[in-house]
Write a protein that binds this ligand. Structure first.
Ligand SMILES: C[S@@+](CC[C@H](N)C(=O)[O-])C[C@H]1O[C@@H](n2cnc3c(N)ncnc32)[C@H](O)[C@@H]1O
Length: 273
């Protein structure tokens, strides 16, 4: 299963080169890139960098914090928090091509001393017990059947009292999801939990649930704006098609329907270990 997930995301093995070429084509000077310039590709989740900053605000971070990002993708959320709070962030991700691109991109914006990325599986973290001050996971559990193991691992590696912030796509009450979607071309690698299941999963993993925020309406506007721009100009506000390929316009259109019919919801959970 994990091989199929990694190949869903990681078919473009020269990803950093392809991203650099796109940015150059968009008129960016590669010697003066900022994290904001990268956000069109490296904040690979609904509502982008804004959603990452919202999580960061609730994670009690400062320059001495060491944060774990579970399913770190191209490293955008890790760099955003490292830049905003001066903290250290370690990212772990199943997809080797994403870890390599994330490492290269961190060098482009001078953050390679504060973030690092390692290939690995969220259900079997390669870290000792109680080593991180905080942890986050953004749009990852949709690809993970064994969510009980994933959250137990997050709990294990967090220091007592450490904050775990989860922002994920959940199964809504509106019915089955239309595929393809950005995390799966068909249901075989898609495992959405319902909001009720999430509460049980996090509590059973030993977390104390402090707050829940549903951002579904804002997610609907995010995809409506994206598809309106694609229909009008033929361009997209994000360049995820570099790794999602030619299915990307269909994925975006399906997401408008999935979210507006509440087949999916986006929800954040703030817990303490
Ligand atoms: C939609 S992307 C989100 C990436 C990143 N969190 C972000 O928001 O920009 C989902 C990521 O989850 C990773 N992933 C899926 N299953 C995983 C697993 N079992 N362990 C670690 N990473 C996983 C994928 O490789 C992919 O990078």
């Amino acid at each position: 299963m994990t091989d199929r997930v990694a190949s869903h995301y990681g078919e473009n093995l020269q990803l950093a080169d392809a991203i650099a070429e796109k940015l150059r084509g968009a008129g960016k000077d590669l010697n003066k890139l900022t994290t904001a310039d990268l956000a069109i590709v490296d904040e690979f989740h609904i509502r982008g960098r804004k959603a990452t900053l919202e999580l960061g605000e609730r994670m009690n971070l400062n320059a001495s914090s060491h944060v774990l990002d579970i399913g770190s993708g191209l490293g955008g959320p890790a760099r955003t928090l490292a830049e905003t709070y001066g903290c250290q962030v370690t990212g772990i991700d199943l997809t080797q091509a994403f870890c390599e691109a994330a490492t290269a991109m961190s060098g482009w914006v001078g953050l390679d001393n504060r973030v690092s990325f390692k290939q690995g599986d969220a259900t079997n973290l390669p870290f000792e017990n109680q080593v991180f001050d905080a942890a986050m996971t953004i749009h990852v559990a949709m690809n993970i059947a064994a969510k009980d193991k994933m959250y137990a691992e997050a709990r294990r590696v967090l220091k007592p009292g450490g904050i775990f912030a989860v922002y994920d796509v959940l199964q809504g009450e509106g019915g089955e999801v239309f595929y393809p979607v950005p995390w799966a071309r068909d249901p075989s690698i898609s495992y959405l939990a319902t909001p009720n299941q999430m509460k049980t999963l996090l509590t059973r993993a030993g977390f104390k649930l402090r707050d829940i925020q549903d951002s579904t309406e804002e997610s609907q506007s995010f995809f409506e704006r994206m598809t309106a721009q694609m229909a009008k100009t033929g361009t997209s506000p994000v360049i995820w098609q570099l790794f999602l390929g030619h299915d990307f316009p269909a994925m975006a259109r399906n997401q408008v329907r999935n979210v507006s019919e509440r087949r999916i919801r986006t929800v954040s959970y703030f817990c303490t270990a």
